[in-house]
Design a protein around this ligand. Structure first.
Ligand SMILES: O=C(O)C1=C[C@@H](OP(=O)(O)O)[C@@H](O)[C@H](O)C1
Ligand SMILES: C=C(OP(=O)(O)O)C(=O)O
Length: 406
């Protein structure tokens, strides 16, 4: 897609689809218990793939590139007594780790086999009743493994105690799972390194759930507002969010002077650039709690030429692509030289951008969306722009609503 140099249109309103993370948790719980009327369900391809997988009865499920769905379905299928399923995905999914989750489930008695490479999808899962209630799992690779266990925990005869080993990564996603379980009447606690889920039989407390819109998707508008300095209105967001990525409000206020004003009646927020904001000299930040908005922030900082050092990013290597390498390569086209390590990206200097900027997306929706605000400063081309459908199918239509060519 060619994006001509553009400016923001003041005061446009965008309705973002429901949180992918909340939607995927609700779908699994609805599949385990009873129907839930879900309002503002995410229309992301990942959520649609999960919904289709839960409704199919065949013996092969191909979840493509939907990581959360892959991880959540592994536990879900492990307890479907009498059913045998091959759970597979895209080439990239076959490189994304799942071993810690599979080992934890096996220690509970699950019957799961690797069909290609040890530790990676595809998996052959023979559904069984699991009767143990104590499990241990490393917490530093992906919080999705832990959420996956938490979602089935209350279905086990004696509930489930999950002992977390090591540093906890992406922690707000565990808190999100706890909140959703509580809201639906399941007793669950996180205390230090232990999660305790009580057994829950019968139905869920509520059969109705309204999903807040997706804060990771909102991050691209914060980036646009930070560069374009015009007001953007976003729906449907709450002041108290279950999503860790809502920290974008604080980050973009502190670093880029973007204020977030809530309109309670409208359930919307306004992103308001502070005209008196002075550019800060350096951004130093640990993003372990909010890995999905790291690309957004690195691109904003680069476009504003604010030096940055972002840590806590060790999980970025095992997402849709190696996001640290992808960022380093593509930021270079904007003139930024960076250093990357196992868990960090740091800017070294900002030079001239390429004359013809062509951004590769590496099959990663967040690469395409994070680099879209570049259009406020330069003409650019984004390759394989359709990757956005993974989390935000209308991204380009919405992007057109808030921008106009110069
Ligand atoms: O539980 C979730 O919904 C998610 C957890 C995070 O993954 P990790 O825990 O693997 O970092 C996040 O990156 C992903 O997009 C969604
Ligand atoms: C990492 C992501 O998704 P998943 O792990 O569910 O594929 C994401 O949406 O940025």
């Amino acid at each position: 897609m060619l994006l001509k140099k553009s400016q923001l249109i003041d005061g446009q309103q965008i309705q973002i689809t429901g949180s992918k993370s909340i939607s995927n948790r609700l779908l699994i719980l609805a599949g385990l218990y009873n129907h839930i009327d879900i309002l503002n369900l995410s229309n992301s391809q990942d959520t649609q793939l999960l919904e289709a997988a839960l409704n199919q009865t065949g013996d092969i499920i191909d979840i493509h590139h939907a990581g959360t769905a892959m991880r959540f379905l592994t536990s879900y299928l492990a307890i479907q007594e009498g059913r045998t399923v091959t759970l597979t995905g895209s080439d990239r999914m076959k490189q994304r780790p799942i071993k810690d989750l599979v080992s934890a489930l096996k220690s509970l008695g699950a019957d799961i086999e690797y069909l290609e490479n040890d530790g990676f999808p595809p998996l052959k899962i023979v559904g069984k009743k699991l009767s143990k209630n104590e499990v241990e799992i490393p917490a530093n690779i992906s919080s999705q493994f832990i959420t996956s266990l938490m979602l089935i925990g209350a279905k086990l005869e004696n509930g489930l105690n999950i002992n977390l080993v090591g540093e906890i990564t992406s922690r707000p996603y565990l808190e999100m799972t706890l909140h959703i379980l509580h809201n639906l009447g399941i007793d669950a606690k996180l205390d230090g390194q232990q999660i305790k889920i009580e057994a829950h039989t019968g139905s869920l407390r509520t059969q109705y759930y309204e999903v807040e819109s997706d804060w990771s998707s909102a991050s691209y508008y914060y980036s646009l507002a930070a560069i374009g300095r015009k007001v953007i209105n976003l729906k449907s967001f709450k002041t108290l969010s279950l999503q860790g990525d809502s920290v974008i409000k604080e980050l973009y206020w502190k670093f880029f002077g973007i204020d977030t004003l809530s309109d309670f009646a409208e359930n919307s927020i306004a992103l308001m650039p502070d005209p008196h904001h002075e550019l800060i000299e350096f951004i130093s930040l640990d993003m372990n709690d909010c890995p999905d908005i790291a690309q957004t922030l690195c691109v904003t900082a680069t476009l504003l030429k604010i030096p940055f050092s972002i840590t806590g990013l060790q999980t970025l290597k095992v997402k849709e692509t190696d996001r640290l390498v992808a960022l380093q390569n593509e930021l270079k086209k904007l003139g930024a030289t960076t250093i990357i390590t196992n868990d960090r990206i740091e800017s070294v200097n900002f030079g001239e951008a390429d004359e013809h900027i062509q951004i590769e997306t590496y099959n990663d929706h967040r690469m395409a969306m994070a680099f879209a605000p570049v259009a406020l400063l330069y003409d650019l081309e984004i390759l394989d722009d359709q990757v956005v459908e993974k989390s935000y199918p209308e991204f380009w239509t919405d992007f057109e609503k808030v921008t106009e060519q110069l």
